[in-house]
Ligand binder design. Structure first.
Ligand code: ADP
Ligand code: ADP
Length: 237
């Protein structure tokens, strides 16, 4: 469970990014966060894994009070929270398999990363994740040889191999063509339904949000202006 209680966030320059946010998200929900560019969608989801620090209120994630965690505890918490970005954040000159491997093995020593030394179990897990998102045949291809949609699938496989209970996705389909975007949205739906992962996704594309998410949170100028089922979204946002 994720609980925002009267959360406020003021950036160091004095800009108020979030104001009085009260939101509770249960395990297994599929939440789309919608709003105009600059509304505060990224600010909101980045609080969950403490990429952003809240400055007011309380934030509980899986029973832990996020602002009070020390560095080690934050690292531990982030293992159970996957993150997917608009820009994929992949090592483009490495193979697909290596991209998945280097990111999900906890506390991977640098020498193992550099020499590409992984156990059979680690490789199996990475290959299974690639299979699940339908790009197993690309395992040994370099990332820069892939299309945008395929690259986002690599990013998804990487997150999946981490076996998170929560996935935070920041505009994951914004740079994809409409058909590929839907395919990637389908992948998220599968993770949500079959693996009971909580999905919290920023998406400025309202129609896609309504089609795929079960709950929509609308943000405007740092405030939650809508929170309810996708079927009831109106002009509120
Ligand atoms: P969205 O994801 O909805 O496009 P963001 O959460 O990225 O919006 O940004 C919300 C607002 O907060 C914007 O006006 C942005 O300029 C501002 N903002 C984001 N990060 C910072 C920061 N580090 N310092 C000051 N202002 C910021
Ligand atoms: P995106 O829209 O893809 O989320 P942004 O360009 O909004 O990316 O933000 C990129 C980075 O710059 C983020 O780390 C964000 O916190 C920071 N940032 C955004 N707006 C501001 C701002 N007004 N002042 C300082 N940092 C900002």
């Amino acid at each position: 469970m994720i609980q925002f209680k009267e959360v406020g966030l003021t950036y160091p320059n004095g800009f108020q990014g979030l104001k009085d946010v009260n939101v509770t998200i249960e395990q297994g929900e599929y939440v789309a966060v919608i709003g105009l560019s600059g509304a505060g969608k990224s600010t909101f989801i980045r609080c969950v894994n403490r990429m952003n620090e809240i400055t007011e209120g309380e934030l509980i994630v899986q029973g832990q009070n996020v602002p009070t965690l020390n560095k080690k505890e934050v690292r531990q918490m982030r293992r159970s929270i996957g993150m997917v970005f608009q820009s994929f954040n992949l090592i483009t000159r490495a193979t697909v398999l290596k991209n998945v491997l280097v990111s999900f093995v906890p506390d991977l020593p640098v020498w193992r990363k550099v020499f590409g030394i992984f156990t059979k179990e680690e490789k199996m897990k990475a290959l299974e994740a690639l299979d699940r998102v339908g790009i197993l045949d690309k395992a040994f291809v370099r990332v820069d040889q892939l299309s945008g949609g395929q690259q986002q699938r690599v990013a998804l496989a990487r997150t999946l191999a981490q076996e998170p209970s929560i996935i935070l996705a920041d505009e994951p389909v914004a740079s994809l063509d409409p058909v590929t975007a839907k395919a990637v949205m389908d992948d998220f739906r599968t993770f949500n339904k079959e693996l009971n992962m909580t999905v919290i996704m920023n998406i400025h594309h309202v129609e896609l949000a309504l089609e795929y998410a079960s709950r929509v949170i609308g943000i405007r100028a740092g405030e939650v202006v809508y929170d309810g089922p996708a079927s009831d979204v109106n002009e509120a946002v």
